[in-house]
Design a protein around this ligand. Structure first.
Ligand SMILES: Cc1ncc(COP(=O)(O)O)c(C=O)c1O
Length: 397
């Protein structure tokens, strides 16, 4: 793991639409917290397929869940019919959360689009069509579809696609600005990532979040927590909101939920769920038997108290080590994060660090131009975390 590897010629895109700036690595297989290229070179993975592969690669439990689900012969049934795995997963999610109902979809952006619709549906019944605005925060990332993009604060992602969906606005992460923006007559929902991921790994302050909960509650505005990236154990809590002693009205999940298969979910409280009628929303694939069976297995694993305590303990240690590294070098400006979700602000372009780490056998990604983001699989041991830290230390010292 310490030798610098000679990267092979960059793999070609072929007929793939070139919307991604990929790093020059073709992943051929994976095991534990390592992925391997076709020549057998190992890469310690601190990206996890962007916060998806929380149980790493080649997990026996996921394999068994897939094989068990395949034995029924029904990979997909559609939502015209009842299936047991979807109902079992919805029950398991509601037992573990504030929610009383769950809607399944296929990605994070879709989950947020669904949450916007459910919030509007509820607001329509309460106050009529004038109460329809969705407010998001500065630094937010909620997806790349039209409404989720309108709620995403990245000018370069937005500019080529105007006009974006209407009735969606972005406001500073500031209580005075939000006090003005959160008009109870016009605003249906506020969407917040408790830990902003793509926006640079910003752990939102507990006091700030509690004030937003109070404000939205008093004004009859739905509070949506987007836990697509920070949910399901990444912060060391099953749901990031648990740490703050508050509950949202709606919560969105995706990334790790399907164990690598595409899946999203919207969790709704009683009142909002009661406003939604048959036919208000739908998706062909959402909550199919295969993906729901795998997701139930993932949920059970990441809900284990010892699993979560391990993420908290090792995450604390990881943060401590990153801060210590920052103190040893002038190339690190700041370190932010919690659990297994960290951002390291560097003086050079983050992409330079991503490339240098790749050459040293470590996968990291960026979150903005100058933030290197670390999202190791939640099964990474302290020893594996320290292997990655040693590589980063070498690059940044
Ligand atoms: C917080 C958050 N919300 C939504 C999304 C969009 O998820 P997807 O890429 O599955 O549409 C992401 C993806 O990075 C995310 O981090």
């Amino acid at each position: 793991m310490t030798a610098t590897v000679q990267l092979a010629a960059p793999p070609q895109e072929g007929a793939l639409l070139p919307v991604y700036r990929r790093v020059p690595l073709e992943i051929a297989r994976g095991e534990g917290v390592f992925v391997y290229d076709a020549d057998g070179r190992a890469y310690l993975d601190f990206v996890s397929g962007i916060a998806v592969n929380v149980l790493g690669y080649g997990d026996d439990g996921i394999r068994a869940a897939i094989e068990g689900a395949l034995s029924s012969g029904v990979i997909h049934a559609s939502n015209l019919y009842h299936t047991t795995p979807a109902r079992a997963l919805a029950d398991a999610l509601t037992e573990r959360s504030f929610a009383s109902k769950v809607f399944f979809c296929n990605s994070g952006a879709e989950a947020n689009e669904g949450a916007f619709k459910f919030a509007r549906r509820w607001a329509l019944g309460h106050r009529g069509p004038g109460k329809h605005e969705i407010i998001a925060l500065r630094g937010s990332f909620h997806g790349r579809l039209f409404a989720s993009l309108a709620a995403t604060d990245r000018p370069s992602y937005r500019a080529p696609f105007r006009p974006l969906a209407g009735g969606v606005g972005i406001v500073e992460r500031d209580l005075t600005a939000l006090d003005i923006a959160l008009d109870p007559e016009t605003v249906a929902a506020l969407i917040v990532e408790p830990v902003q991921g793509e926006g640079g790994v910003r752990v939102l302050d507990g006091e700030f979040l509690r004030a937003l909960r109070d404000m939205t509650q008093q004004r009859g505005i739905a509070l949506i927590f987007d836990e697509v990236q920070c949910g399901l154990g990444r912060t060391g809590y099953l749901f990031a909101y648990e740490r703050y002693g508050i509950e949202p009205d709606l919560l969105t999940l995706a990334k790790p939920l399907g164990g690598g298969l595409p899946m999203g979910a919207v969790l709704l409280n009683d009142e909002i769920a009661a406003a939604v009628r048959p036919g208000d929303h739908a998706t062909t694939f959402g909550g199919g038997p295969l993906v729901a069976s795998v997701a139930l297995h993932v949920l059970e694993r990441v809900s284990e108290p010892e699993f979560l305590a391990g993420v908290r303990d090792r995450g604390l240690w990881l943060g401590h080590e990153l801060h210590a590294m920052a103190a040893r070098t002038t190339k690190v400006r700041a370190v932010r994060g919690t659990g297994y979700m960290w951002g390291v602000d560097v003086t050079m372009p983050a992409s330079d660090v991503v490339t240098a780490a790749l050459e040293e056998g470590l996968l990291v990604c960026s979150a903005g131009e100058h933030t290197v983001r670390l999202l190791p699989p939640l099964i990474a041991t302290r020893d594996e975390l320290s292997q990655g830290l040693a590589i980063l230390d070498r690059i940044l010292s």
